[in-house]
Design a protein. Structure first.
Length: 428
């Protein structure tokens, strides 16, 4: 992990101030620029019981302050336009301690304590030709095969190249190669590792400097229907195919939704994690009316192994929730979710949600890659409440509260609480 000798936030602000000096006389580089600074105050607490595994830590609890500076230039004029994006991140420890680390908010030093601060400054050069854009450098991809996981103090980033093309109406083509990753609670970057189900594969030489992907999404029917096909390769560990269908259908005052996805994954190249065999399917049915949203989801895992993904990203599956993944070998899970936007009742800015997920049929031996074989079962209940101030001194301040209860007969039980304050300044 790299610890900043000076405030990386200050360096990032300085970089944003230098953008005009980088600009050419061509119109668009400055005129199309934007810059935001987000302040995020995050309290995270997990209590563990019926602990399973070598780590016997009974509580993880930390409090931290983060800053995220995002500067994006416009493009120079001409057949090919050029620009630059700058992303600065800085985290400050407010409270932590030995025995309470590993919340994902802060790094953990070799002495088992969190450092006082950590941060990172990255940039990406970009070029645009017609409706095709190339970026090289610091990236924050959000893909069906690599979901953007901004779930803690600072978001993870990757270093590599990406291409996005929208030359044909409704069709989006994407491809890229990532060479390294910066974890959500670290400032450095390194090779990428995998996670199978809930088990991170962090030991040995099972790491790679290649994540390759290509995908296509096509929206039609007045953008109400879309289909997608993707391929991803975490080189020498696993490769994965993904197919999707989404549809929204207005029906009077209602909007009905359908979301279907299927993943097919197997070991790749030198098989650094050995044989991997997994298929995963999910279906979500939703109904919206006024401020109400009701969703029913079903997910099924097939094959010999749990669902693979790049470590420490959330899964892109339909029943991915804050604490459990419901992605164990042979697992079947149901989700019932209800959200309400109080703007429909004259209270704009206030939202609330509850969801319950229940999974069973887990092949515990295959999921944990060892131990006795029996049927694993688990469930999780999440409560979420959020409010964005609409006026006054605190206007645009967002406050979120989350409470989670998660129980299992094959993994550690968790009681979790989060309190998050977000405020974003528009600089440009």
């Amino acid at each position: 992990m790299k610890k900043p000798s000076v405030s990386l936030l200050a360096l990032a602000v300085g970089a944003s101030l230098c953008l005009p000096a980088l600009a050419t006389a061509e119109e668009g580089f400055i005129e199309g620029a934007s810059a935001t600074l987000q302040a995020r105050n995050y309290y995270f607490s997990r209590d563990y019981s019926d602990i399973v595994g070598a780590n016997q830590q009974s509580k993880a609890e930390e409090w931290a302050q983060g800053f995220i500076l995002n500067v994006q230039s416009g493009y120079t004029q001409g057949t090919v336009g050029f620009g630059v994006d700058v992303l600065g991140q800085f985290g400050i420890k407010l409270d932590s301690g030995g025995g309470r680390i590993n919340t994902g908010l802060l790094p953990a030093d070799s002495d088992g304590k969190a450092p006082d601060n950590y941060g990172r400054l990255g940039a990406a050069l970009k070029a645009r030709l017609s409706q095709t854009e190339l970026k090289v450098g610091e990236l924050t991809p959000n893909l069906p095969v690599l979901t953007f996981s901004d779930i803690r103090l600072l978001p993870p980033t990757y270093q590599g190249a990406s291409v996005v093309s929208r030359e044909i109406d409704g069709l989006t083509l994407q491809g890229g190669q990532l060479r390294s990753g910066s974890l959500l609670n670290e400032a450095g970057d390194g090779k990428m590792r995998a996670k199978l189900g809930h088990v991170p594969q962090l030991g040995g030489n099972a790491a790679t400097d290649r994540f390759n992907y290509v995908g296509a999404d096509y929206a039609f029917n007045d953008q109400r229907t879309s289909v997608g096909a993707w391929y991803a390769q975490l080189e020498d560990i696993y490769n994965q195919r993904f197919y999707s269908l989404k549809h929204n259908e207005p029906l009077g005052d209602w909007v009905l939704g359908l979301n279907i996805g299927f993943y097919d994954s197997e070991d790749d190249g030198n098989r650094l994690l050995g044989a991997i065999d997994n298929q995963a399917a999910f279906t979500q049915l939703s109904a919206r009316h006024g401020g109400h949203m009701l969703m029913l989801g079903y997910q099924a895992i097939f094959g010999d192994d749990a669902f693979p993904r790049v470590f420490n990203n959330i899964t892109p599956l339909g029943n991915e929730v804050p604490t459990y993944e419901f992605a164990g070998a042979d697992e079947r899970s149901w989700q019932l979710r209800y959200d309400y936007d109080f703007a429909a009742s004259g209270i704009p800015g206030l939202i609330a949600g509850v969801r319950y997920i229940k999974g069973d049929n887990v092949d515990v031996q295959a999921t944990n890659r060892g131990g006795p074989r029996y049927e694993g079962k688990e469930w999780e209940r999440d409560l979420d409440l959020g409010y964005t101030f609409q006026s006054g001194l605190l206007k645009n301040l967002n406050v979120r509260v989350r409470n989670v209860v998660a129980r299992s007969n094959y993994r550690t039980d968790i009681d979790e609480n989060r309190l998050i304050f977000n405020y974003t300044w528009t600089l440009l």
